[in-house]
Ligand binder design. Structure first.
Ligand code: 1GP
Length: 261
């Protein structure tokens, strides 16, 4: 008997199965106002993004988080809103689900299990769907790496990333996220994505520094099941066009993957 999956997780798996790979839009309540978030999320949904992730490495205000999610809800969003917490303050009762994550290459037990222990009772009380994920910081790492006290895995050490991902799968986590850090000058390399992809059978999320179609296509071709973009969408004046570009890039990446198989 396998684990009983929640609605959002089943939806994600179905979309990955149907499309080959999917796009998620990340919004940071410290970088966008509730009004901007609502407008971006709506445009992103219409353009084909599969879910909205909400969070940020230095987020401290639950009010800001709630306001952003409520504004999106009022805008009539139908794709799920998934929390991407940096801490226990990243929990909101208005979301559909939470990436229940452990920062596997943190040196600080707080980010491995401490925050999760503090947050789990609230997540349960609110009835939030928890999706277990192993979170691994790569290379640049950005604010997530510093705040999470990670020892980032060097870009040229794919086998170490694969070992972390295998450990995540062996521990029962159902997703693995390779994170180069928001705004990373260089995204997670293709070789690393491909090595991790071969090492695990659970879905692989890749994010950080994916700012154009080419980098998204490469990530998908190498084996990413979910690509996350934050900065590129937040900074765009034409959100719909930007996301449509990413979705086309995903399709090209899938075609290349299939052609190779
Ligand atoms: C950060 O992976 C995400 O947690 C997104 O990064 O802002 O560079 O798209 P970007």
């Amino acid at each position: 008997m396998g684990p009983k999956l929640g609605k959002v997780e089943r939806y994600l798996l179905e979309r990955i199965q149907g499309d080959g790979a999917i796009h998620m839009t990340l919004l940071d309540p410290e970088r966008v106002s509730p009004e901007e978030a609502a407008a971006i999320a709506k445009e992103a949904e219409e353009a084909g993004t599969s879910a909205i992730m909400v969070g940020g490495s230095t987020l401290a205000s639950t009010e800001e988080l709630d306001a952003v999610i409520l504004a999106m809800r009022e805008g009539g969003l139908s794709v799920p809103i998934i929390l991407f917490p940096n801490n226990v303050t990243g929990i909101s009762k208005h979301a559909d689900a939470i990436w229940f994550m452990s920062l596997l290459n943190s040196t600080d037990p707080y980010f491995l299990i401490g925050a999760q222990v503090l947050g789990a009772p609230l997540v349960r009380r609110l009835g939030l769907e928890a999706i277990p994920m192993g979170y691994i910081i790569i290379g640049y790492g950005g604010a997530a790496g510093i705040i999470g006290r990670a020892i980032p895995i060097p870009y040229e050490k794919p086998e170490i990333a694969a070992a972390y991902a295998m450990a995540a799968e062996c521990m029962g986590m159902r997703f693995v996220y390779l994170e180069a850090g928001s705004g990373a000058p260089r995204p997670v390399p293709e070789t690393m994505i491909a090595t991790v992809r071969r090492a695990i059978s659970i879905p692989l999320v890749v994010g950080g520094g994916l700012r154009d179609g080419e980098s998204v296509e490469k990530a998908v071709r190498a084996g990413a099941d979910i690509v996350v973009t934050g900065t590129a969408v937040e900074k765009s004046h034409r959100v719909g066009d930007k996301i449509r570009g990413f979705i086309s890039a995903i399709k090209r990446g899938i075609r290349a993957r299939l052609a190779r198989a």
